[in-house]
Ligand binder design. Structure first.
Ligand SMILES: Cc1cc2nc3c(=O)[nH]c(=O)nc-3n(C[C@H](O)[C@H](O)[C@H](O)COP(=O)(O)O)c2cc1C
Length: 260
């Protein structure tokens, strides 16, 4: 394998962007940063990419943890890049990750942010036009793919102190976010929530999801539930649901389990 893309995805946007890299990087493998271990990266690997969503102006806790599992000596001399997807404003999502990678001796050569449909249903109703947002994201991804295919380099700004505080507070609260989830009688016990959870935070017990309180707040469970049986604190019952139109639950679940 010549190219590895590490991704983290709750509702499919980042998996879609990560998969698109295969168009320009043949001989390519995907691996979820929701996994608890980082795979060994061989000497024949030429590029390593990171595709993840913006969470509260920064990155998901899983991405932070995963970056710390990487072994800098395995990444030396390879083309390293990142794409941070976001719904409204990425603020520090790329800058914070670039700073972390630099501190750990694995500086990124290239970074980009990519606006996609916003998915954080716990906080707001998602009123974006899905087809329009998807088409705009596809178009915005094209020049990023060309840059990566050509191994272009760019300058990523410094990490922003205030954004780190906002993201740090989120990261502290995220594991217990699942205490706010309520599962209604509409639940059919299909297990999709368990399968799409990128960090194995859900297990089915007597046909019902049980949360283990190491949640990432990625909202995969609520968004992919086919019967809208999962609600957050009574706030989301009447809100829309979203996942990337090209990424169904089976594909996300399979990708999340794939090993390199
Ligand atoms: C917990 C959480 C926090 C988020 N915070 C931000 C944010 O600060 N800024 C932003 O533009 N989008 C934010 N978003 C939206 C996502 O970054 C965006 O929809 C992303 O493309 C989702 O990727 P995914 O479908 O691969 O999970 C947030 C989403 C979640 C779930």
């Amino acid at each position: 394998m010549k190219h590895i893309v590490f991704y983290f995805s709750g509702t499919g946007n980042c998996l879609k962007a990560a998969k698109s890299l295969a168009e320009v990087l043949p001989d390519f493998g995907l691996y979820s940063m929701g996994n608890a271990e980082a795979p060994a990266i061989g000497a024949d690997v030429e590029s390593v990419g990171f595709v993840y969503p913006t969470y509260f102006w920064g990155m998901p806790a899983a991405v932070l943890r995963f970056a710390k599992l990487l072994r800098p000596e395995e990444l030396r001399g390879k083309y390293l890049y990142a794409i941070a997807t976001y719904g409204g404003s990425p603020v520090n999502a790329l800058r914070g990750f670039a700073a972390l990678m630099k501190r750990r001796g694995m500086p990124l050569a290239y970074g980009a942010t990519l606006k996609m449909h916003s998915n954080y249903v716990l906080m707001y109703d998602m009123k974006q036009d899905v087809a329009g947002a998807t088409a705009a994201a596809d178009a915005a991804l094209r020049p990023i793919l060309s840059d990566i295919a050509a191994r272009r380099e760019n300058k990523i700004g410094h990490s922003l102190f205030l954004a780190n505080i906002v993201n740090g507070n989120f990261i502290k609260s995220a594991p217990g976010k699942d205490r706010g989830y309520r599962v209604s009688g509409a639940c059919t016990g299909c297990g999709i929530c368990e399968q799409v959870c990128p960090v194995a935070n859900i297990r089915m017990e007597n046909g019902r999801p049980v949360y283990a309180h190491h949640c990432e707040a990625c909202v995969a469970c609520i968004q992919y539930c086919p019967v809208r049986a999962i609600d957050f604190k009574g706030a989301t019952q009447n809100r829309g649901r979203y996942h990337h139109p090209d990424i169904g639950p089976a594909e996300l679940a399979k990708a999340n389990k794939a090993m390199l």
